[in-house]
Design a binder for this molecule. Structure first.
Ligand SMILES: [Zn+2]
Length: 88
């Protein structure tokens, strides 16, 4: 894990909005999604460019997933900042 992993950089949770570029409600509108460290884990950034794809962050993603916070980077391969507690 890097000296400053950035996983404490809160980037948003509840937000009454539609999915970006879509007409469905965002998981953020249901209050069951949270974002961390947005800048290097952008909405359209895929592996290996997204920071949270790195091996240093595998444990973080595993811990989040073990607690049912599903990492978007593992669900749809982008938006690595995003973790959610549900799937539609
Ligand atoms: Zn999000």
């Amino acid at each position: 894990m890097p000296r400053d992993p950035g996983i404490d950089r809160y980037a948003g949770a509840y937000n009454h909005r539609k999915m970006r570029g879509g007409s469905k409600w965002s998981m953020h509108a249901y209050g069951c999604a949270i974002d961390f460290y947005a800048e290097p884990n952008g909405l359209r950034t895929r592996c290996p460019q997204a920071l949270f794809c790195g091996t240093d962050y595998k444990d973080f993603l595993d811990i989040m997933e073990a607690h049912e916070w599903l990492p978007a980077i593992r669900l749809w391969g982008a938006d690595a900042m995003h973790f959610q507690r549900a799937r539609i």
